[in-house]
Write a protein that binds this ligand. Structure first.
Ligand code: SF4
Length: 272
């Protein structure tokens, strides 16, 4: 019997609670917030709180490297008219010895050592027969003296044996000598033989040409390849001296003196 207590059963379709889509129960999404890039990657470690502003500056700074290169050379040449090789030498042999000694050492220190060295070992033949301990003692203050002594004796022996005692004047023959790489060969060719075969890339040339956006490379050989097409060949040797001079005086490693720099309006890294 059906009564109020036992109401008639409803069809299933009516008795089940209506299923409401879950998504409808969620509060309406808040207006999407614009996501901003973090102000600084270094913010997380508290090192910096604001991103470095891109240095725009005058349009001359944003010109392609090939457009800026001639003016960069001209201004550096005006600023450093006496730029030259800072190593003291009187012959290709002496320059080769001095350049090998200058690795990881200042030119000033090398110039203090070489007069006595050239007096004692005046030619590749005498250097080839040097007693290692005696040679090491003479060049000790330039650092890495054992390796350098080995390179000097190896280089001198090769010159005496294969080149009749004369320092070769081609890139191929020079880099074939023990302890002589492309940079050393460029120094000798450019300054002792006045041959612009390449551009010397040392720590100053690397830093300054990177800051000037003449290269993005960190590898010396690639930096040289980037620089060579930007400057006429007969400027290559002098260019290295100019960049080195600028790197020593103004575009120093730690804090470049951009406010004194003659290239400020041509340099994408300028801080002024
Ligand atoms: S403007 Fe500054 S960073 Fe650029 S070359 Fe001059 S000193 Fe170096």
């Amino acid at each position: 019997m059906r009564n109020k207590r036992n109401p008639p059963r409803q069809p299933l379709s009516q008795s089940r609670p209506k299923i409401v889509s879950k998504t409808k129960l969620l509060p309406p999404p808040k207006k999407a917030r614009l996501l901003r890039a973090p102000t600084s990657l270094a913010k997380a470690d508290g090192a910096r709180t604001t991103a470095p502003k891109p240095r725009r500056g005058p349009a001359s700074r944003r010109a392609p490297a090939a457009k800026r290169a001639p003016e960069i050379f001209a201004r550096l040449h005006r600023a450093y008219p006496d730029a030259r090789c800072a190593l003291d030498f009187a012959s290709p042999y002496q320059l080769l010895v001095a350049t090998i000694l200058s690795a990881q050492c200042t030119d000033k220190r090398v110039n203090m050592v070489t007069p006595a060295l050239f007096g004692r070992y005046a030619s590749p033949e005498t250097l080839a027969s040097a007693k290692p301990e005696e040679l090491e003692e003479m060049i000790k203050s330039t650092g890495f003296f054992r390796n350098k002594a080995r390179s000097l004796v190896g280089m001198a022996t090769a010159i005496a044996d294969r080149h009749g005692g004369a320092v070769p004047s081609t890139m191929e023959q020079l880099v074939d000598l023990p302890g002589v790489g492309r940079k050393t060969a460029n120094v000798v060719l450019g300054n002792a033989y006045h041959r612009d075969e390449g551009i010397v890339v040392d720590t100053h040339v690397t830093r300054v040409s990177q800051r000037l956006a003449l290269t993005t490379s960190t590898d010396a050989v690639k930096i040289e390849q980037d620089l060579m097409p930007l400057f006429p060949r007969d400027q290559w040797t002098l260019l290295a001296h100019l960049l080195i001079e600028h790197g020593r005086r103004i575009c120093v490693a730690r804090t470049p003196k951009c406010e004194q720099c003659v290239l400020s309006d041509l340099c994408p890294s300028s801080r002024v």
